[in-house]
Design a protein around this ligand. Structure first.
Ligand code: FMN
Length: 258
């Protein structure tokens, strides 16, 4: 099948999931559209037609896909629409996230061409998986995308075999992290953090504060802050980060399921 368009559907607070989507998309021709779940409310049923390829990529939060994304994806429907499901994770574990994403998509009318779990820089602990996806990861992504493209060409005449991915059901419990970004005196009140926060936890008129009941700890505010005012400034962070890095220093490779 020749697709008319590529729908990129992603959530990417610190930008690495988007980098993975961009890398995969290079292998496909057609008009590229996107649903950026950072800000797109996706609160009404939205159908992706069958002549479109959906590339759906979500970061792993506590071994799951972010709760906010699961809620939004419930409104995204396919009509036998081919899809590639990808989770990105910070070299720790992706646990049940890929199974969860696959289950949501298949339950909503998408057919999976393939799935993948890709290691990226850890957004909470950037000393883990630093600068990933790197050249080696990008090469693996290109090969994977080409394999997907071949499968897509034969679809729907050649039915797609069921894809098995790692993960367990019932899924592990979704946890919002207790470590959440704070603001230090570098803040110039520019408000960029407020403009990117996916849950509107930062008031634009007073970005030095944050509604910690709303904050999901996604790190988008840290990623965009030009002054490095947003960050994990609490004293226990450095010690925790070092321990976390020791436990997760061994390089993991991307895994693909066709
Ligand atoms: C709240 C939160 C929870 C996370 N949980 C995990 C996890 O369970 N396992 C893991 O390997 N990485 C975890 N990470 C790291 C992210 O999955 C990883 O950095 C992801 O690629 C970030 O995507 P982004 O750059 O598009 O924001 C977590 C990050 C955050 C912010």
């Amino acid at each position: 099948m020749q697709t008319d368009s590529i729908e990129q559907i992603y959530f990417s607070p610190s930008g690495t999931t988007k980098a993975v989507v961009d890398e995969l998309s290079k292998a496909f021709f057609g008009q590229k559209n996107e649903f950026n779940l950072m800000w797109d409310p996706l609160d009404e049923e939205t159908v992706i037609p069958s002549n479109t390829l959906a590339i759906v990529a979500m970061p792993v939060f506590s071994g799951r896909i972010p709760d906010l994304c699961a809620q939004k994806l419930a409104h995204l429907k396919g009509k036998n629409t081919p899809a590639i499901a990808v989770v990105t994770y910070g070299n720790e574990e992706y646990d049940d996230a890929l199974l969860e994403l696959k289950t949501i998509l298949e339950g909503n009318g998408f057919v999976l061409l393939a799935a993948g779990a890709v290691v990226t820089q850890h957004s909470m602990f950037p000393i883990v998986g630093t600068d990933r996806p790197d050249t080696q990861d990008k090469r693996a992504l290109t090969t994977f995308a080409r394999q997907c493209s071949q499968k897509l060409r034969a679809f729907p005449e050649k039915p797609l075999p069921a894809i098995e991915v790692k993960g367990n059901f019932p899924y592990r419990e979704y946890e919002i992290p207790t470590l959440k970004p704070t603001v230090n005196d570098n803040c110039t009140l520019c408000g960029i953090c407020a403009s990117v926060c996916p849950v509107a936890a930062i008031p634009p008129d007073n970005p030095k504060t944050k509604d910690y009941d709303l904050c999901i700890g996604c790190t988008a505010c840290i990623a965009v802050c030009p002054e490095k005012a947003q960050g994990f400034h609490m004293p226990e962070y450095t010690e925790f980060s070092t321990k976390f890095a020791e436990m997760n220093s061994e390089r993991k490779e991307p895994e693909f399921f066709m």
